[in-house]
Design a protein around this ligand. Structure first.
Ligand code: TXA
Ligand code: MG
Length: 330
C-alpha cells in the first residue's frame, strides 16, 4: 500500500527517501518518482517500479543551483541558464564532478548527469529536507503518460512506492526541457516546459536556433546512454561464463565461480534489483582492477532475464559486443 501524504508531511516524505524508499512528489511539470540518488539500491528500485526496460538516465533534482553545481561542472552557459530558469522546467546535462555523490546507475553509467531545480514549493521543501540529490523520472509506468496529480501516480504505481506527497495538480503539465551542454554547442534533447526561444536567447548565437536531437521527446530518446561505447570497459567481456580462469576478472551473480583473479558480485542473493544497482560500478571497478593486475578480460556469469535482469543483460551484451563500431548505437 502506498501512503498518501498531505503537504504538511514533507518531513515524513524526506525521512522515507533518506531510508531508501521511493516517494513520488509534485513538481511544476509532472510528478516525479523520487529516490535518494546516492543509494544505488533505491535507484534500481525506481527502474523496477517503472518497468523501464533500459537504464535510461534519470534527472537529479536539487534545491538550489549551488547544490546542483556541486555535483556537476557548470560553465558560463549553465550558470546563465540557471540564473534565468531555476527554479523552473529546464534540465541541464553537464559533466559529473569526480566528487559527484550520485550513484552511477542514476546516470546510466555515463560521465554526464542531468540536473534540475524544480519550481514547486513542496518539491523544494522536500529537497531541502532530504539534503541529498533526488533522482526522479516521471512517476508513471514505462510507456505510460506522465502523471500530473497524485491520483494519476496511484493509478499507475500504487503499491510500488512507499508514498506520494500530494501537492494537487501540476501547473506546467509537460516535462522539463532537457538541454545537453556537454559539447561545444548546446543540443536540445527534449523540448519541454522551458521556452526554447528564451533558451536560445540566453546561450545561442543570436538568431540561430539550437539543434534538436533526433528521436526527441520520448523515453526512447536516443540518449548517450544507449550507445555501446559508453558501456564498454577497456577489457573484453565474455558473456554467460560457467567457468573462469585466474587471468580473468569475474562479474558474478549469485554464488561466484571459483578461480577468478578478481571478483565483483552483483548480488550474492541473486537479486536482480540489487544487481542492477551494482552493475555500472562493478564494470568500472573490474576494468580498473583487472588492468592493474594485467588480467586479460572480464567473464560475466549469466543473469536471468527477469525484472531488471532484462536491462542488465542488454547492457552486458553491449559491453561484450565487437568493438569495431558496428552496432554502436541502439
Ligand atoms: O519534468 C521533468 O523533467 C520530470 C520531473 C519529475 O522532473 N522528469 C522527467 O524524467 O521527465 P524522465 O526520466 O521521464 O525523463 C528524463 C529524460 C530522459 O529522456 C533521459 O534520457 C534524459 O532526460 N536524460 C537524463 N539524463 C541524461 C543524460 N545524462 N544524458 C542525456 N539525456 C539524459
Ligand atoms: Mg518520463
Amino acid at each position: 500500500m502506498t501512503e498518501r501524504l498531505a503537504p504538511d508531511a514533507v518531513g515524513r516524505a524526506a525521512a522515507l527517501l533518506r531510508d531508501g524508499h521511493l516517494v513520488a512528489f509534485p513538481t511544476e511539470t509532472v510528478y516525479g518518482l523520487g529516490a535518494d540518488a546516492r543509494n544505488g539500491r533505491a535507484v534500481a528500485a525506481v527502474f523496477e517500479a517503472k518497468g523501464r526496460p533500459h537504464f535510461n538516465p534519470l534527472i537529479c533534482h536539487l534545491p538550489t543551483a549551488d547544490a546542483a553545481f556541486e555535483e556537476v561542472f557548470a560553465d558560463d552557459r549553465a550558470r546563465a541558464l540557471a540564473a534565468r530558469f531555476w527554479p523552473g522546467p529546464l534540465t541541464l546535462v553537464l559533466p559529473r564532478r569526480p566528487s559527484c555523490r550520485v550513484d552511477l546507475l542514476a546516470g546510466a553509467g555515463l560521465d554526464t548527469l542531468a540536473v534540475r531545480v524544480p519550481a514547486h514549493p513542496l518539491a523544494l521543501a522536500l529537497l531541502e529536507a532530504v539534503g541529498t540529490p533526488v533522482a526522479a523520472p516521471s512517476a508513471n509506468r514505462s510507456g505510460g503518460v506522465s502523471p500530473t496529480t497524485a491520483e494519476h501516480v496511484l493509478d499507475g504505481l500504487d503499491g510500488r512506492l512507499a508514498a506520494v506527497l500530494d501537492g494537487g495538480p501540476c501547473a506546467v503539465g509537460v516535462e522539463s526541457s532537457v538541454l545537453d551542454l556537454t559539447g561545444a554547442a548546446p543540443v536540445l534533447l527534449r523540448p519541454g516546459g522551458a521556452d526554447t526561444a528564451v533558451i536560445e536567447a540566453v546561450v545561442g548565437p543570436v538568431g540561430r536556433p539550437i539543434p534538436v536531437a533526433a528521436g526527441r521527446a520520448s523515453e526512447t530518446l536516443r540518449s548517450p546512454g544507449m550507445m555501446l561505447s559508453h558501456y564498454a570497459p577497456s577489457l573484453p567481456v565474455r558473456l554467460d561464463a560457467v567457468t573462469v580462469c585466474a587471468d580473468e576478472a569475474l562479474l558474478a551473480f549469485g554464488p561466484p565461480l571459483s578461480g577468478a583473479g578478481v571478483v565483483w558480485n552483483l548480488s550474492e542473493a541473486g537479486d536482480c534489483t540489487e544487481a542492477a544497482s551494482r552493475l555500472f560500478s562493478g564494470l568500472r571497478w573490474l576494468d580498473a582492477e583487472g588492468a592493474r593486475r594485467g588480467l586479460r578480460g572480464i567473464a560475466a556469469m549469466p543473469v536471468p532475464v527477469t525484472g531488471l535482469g532484462e536491462a542488465i543483460n542488454d547492457r552486458l551484451a553491449r559491453a561484450a559486443a565487437p568493438r569495431d563500431g558496428a552496432g554502436s548505437a541502439a
